[in-house]
Design a protein around this ligand. Structure first.
Ligand SMILES: [Zn+2]
Ligand SMILES: [Zn+2]
Length: 601
């Protein structure tokens, strides 16, 4: 096999590391597919700036992979591997291959170029980089994802090899996420600048004993001019230390807790609280105060570093643009439809989603050169604990609407340890964001995952979707909303379906894990019912938790989320408190309201 005229990719004298990677990947994929023998055709990569994406053509025994950038050529290699060679890049480190024998390439266009509807396609990583991060970078490139949002404290620990692994695959890392406390660490600033921190009920907050960072629900005094200047100074220094980054973020610490000092209070309308859909009826709307700071910081930063983008987020009590706010060229908003309904599409009539759709539309309407990226949760949320969210069709349908609105991209939270449950959503997102259509992509995904049992595989997911649908007209992704409104029988049926799938291919690790997933749902629902019937308590909770932890070798559970969650359940029992979710009073109040609203009342 010849690539660019060379029999061996390692001979290519290539300045461009991405093209060199594309060549080595092409070579490795062909060897895995065909063995070592000559394929009787050679391969050429060519940059063609006029193309909207990669294009694969075959002419006189030469396979041309062309694209406007070297990253697009790399994507072309992977797409050729999927569409022609029979690979399926289902999960990090596990490339499936369903195909053997010779491949007949038609003369002319093999894979046409296509318009790519979304510029930003990616993940939000809420865990530290680890030894599997190179596999994640590899998987992302294979699925044409180009964006990774991470906490700054995690980026600090990523070494230059790790950073390079993402860079050469065209993945931009956005080191940001909740970061008020990174820019202004309480331990460093509190003594000299107590005025930088939020005033709550007349008192400036300060770090608790042994607490170096401000925790959930603690913010800064964002109107303070000295504070804003200090943040800009820290941003510029940060970028000088990390010159490979193209953006910085300015995102409040998680939760509420905005400053109530005299100056900050001018930015709230005390008669105006947030709304139920965004879980903020108990607090003032904080859009004006936050956006005033974003605008000022963006301007100050732009004077010093006009090349940088500034990311900020739209979430809970600041999820809409404040009046007059414009998304100017260097601004990107990540809009999080937190606790959205998964029984309705984002663009369907729904007491929750319709508000989020209005917010998204408002963000798109205020674009003046900036970008709108949707911050999604295609795995429920962190405490949905591997419960069903069957979205591999929904995502395609929602992307059609996002595209029509002018949304620039989507990134979703994810965790590798629950890949067997939600990986199918991540794949669907990746394909939808590149403009593939549901009717072409979903059958390919099912065939790759289930082979000749694709119809049964699809039926299993349909059944899982019918469980969440049976909860009521709306469903929000926390366990109580699912288990308090569904019957046990469909979970037993899910076990049967998973069993039947497994019997047809007993060696399939994926099917084994679907079976474990179904059994987990049945066990959890049974425990929930027994607990509410007064027949189960702490020993039974421990029993389920131990059962979950006995499956550490699977990709079904994010284990470290289960311990605090189940501990909250035990705590509620010990304290004689009503068990709803995580024992946060403000959150429990919304769950009580959801009892009516999710059921259409
Ligand atoms: Zn203040
Ligand atoms: Zn709904």
């Amino acid at each position: 096999m010849l690539i660019n005229g060379y029999p061996n990719f390692s001979e290519i004298r290539c300045e461009d590391a991405t093209l060199a990677l594309a060549a080595s990947e092409m070579s490795a994929l062909c060897i895995r597919r065909f063995g070592r023998e000559d394929k009787n055709w050679s391969i050429r990569f060519q940059i063609d700036r006029e193309l909207p994406s990669f294009e694969v053509t075959f002419k006189e025994r030469v396979l041309y992979i062309s694209g406007p950038t070297s990253v697009e050529i790399l994507y072309g290699v992977y797409d050729f591997a999927e569409k022609i060679l029979g690979f399926f890049f289902f999960e990090p480190g596990n490339d499936l291959l369903n195909g053997d024998g010779p491949v007949e390439l038609p003369e002319g266009i093999v894979i046409p170029a296509r318009k790519v509807p979304f510029k930003v396609r990616g993940f939000i990583q809420e865990y530290p980089f680890d030894e599997n991060s190179p596999l994640l970078a590899d998987w992302m490139a294979k699925n044409k994802l180009n964006f990774l949002n991470v906490w700054m404290k995690y980026y600090d620990k990523l070494d230059s090899n790790g950073r390079e692994a993402f860079r050469i695959r065209g993945i931009e890392i956005q080191s940001g996420h909740h970061n008020f406390d990174y820019w202004i660490p309480a331990a460093k600033y509190h003594k000299e600048h107590p005025e930088f921190f939020a005033e709550i009920e007349g008192v400036r907050i300060k770090p608790e004993k042994d607490e170096n960072a401000l925790l959930l629900g603690k913010q800064l005094c964002t109107t303070n001019k000295g504070l804003r200047k200090e943040i800009v100074k820290n941003m510029v220094e940060y970028i000088e230390r990390n010159p490979e980054l193209k953006s910085v973020g300015l995102t409040p610490n998680d939760g509420f807790g905005w400053c109530q000092c005299e100056e900050c209070s001018k930015f709230y309308d005390k008669s105006k609280h947030g709304e139920l859909y965004s879980l903020s009826t108990h607090v003032y709307i904080a859009d004006r105060i936050y956006h005033d700071m974003v605008r000022d910081v963006a301007q100050q930063l732009g004077e010093k570093r006009p090349d940088l983008d500034l990311y900020f987020c739209a979430y809970i009590n600041y999820c809409r643009p404040s009046e007059g706010f414009k998304l100017t060229p260097n601004l990107t908003v990540m809009m999080a439809p937190y606790w959205r309904c998964i029984n309705h599409r984002i663009d369907e009539e729904c007491p929750i989603n319709s508000h989020y759709a209005d917010d998204i539309k408002a963000w798109c309407d205020c674009k003046e050169g900036g970008k709108v990226v949707i911050y999604e949760y295609y795995m429920g949320v962190n405490f949905y604990l591997s419960l069903p969210q069957i979205f591999h069709r929904t995502i395609f349908q929602e992307c059609a609407w996002y595209e029509s609105m002018g949304v620039d991209g989507i990134a979703t939270q994810f965790h590798p340890p629950h890949w067997s449950v939600y990986g199918i959503n991540f794949i669907a997102m990746a394909k939808a964001l590149r403009g593939e259509k549901e009717e072409e992509a979903v059958p390919v995904m099912m065939k790759a995952l289930f082979g000749s049992d694709a119809a049964e595989g699809e039926a299993f997911y349909e059944h899982m979707k019918s469980i969440t649908a049976s909860a009521g007209p709306c469903h929000v992704t926390y366990p109580y909303a699912l288990f308090s409104r569904t019957a046990l029988a469909p979970y037993a049926e899910a076990v049967k379906l998973a069993d039947a799938l497994l019997k047809k291919a007993p060696q399939s690790r994926f099917r084994k894990e679907l079976r474990i997933w179904a059994e987990y749902l049945y066990r959890y629902k049974s425990l929930f019912d027994a607990f509410h019937a007064g027949c189960a308590g702490i020993p039974e909770i421990d029993h389920l938790l131990n059962w979950v932890h006995s499956h550490r070798d699977t990709h079904v559970f994010v284990h470290d989320r289960f311990d605090p969650y189940f501990e909250a359940w035990r705590t509620a029992i010990r304290k004689g408190k009503e068990y709803l979710h995580f024992n946060l009073d403000w959150e429990d109040d919304y769950i009580r309201q959801h009892r009516k609203t999710l059921n259409g009342k």
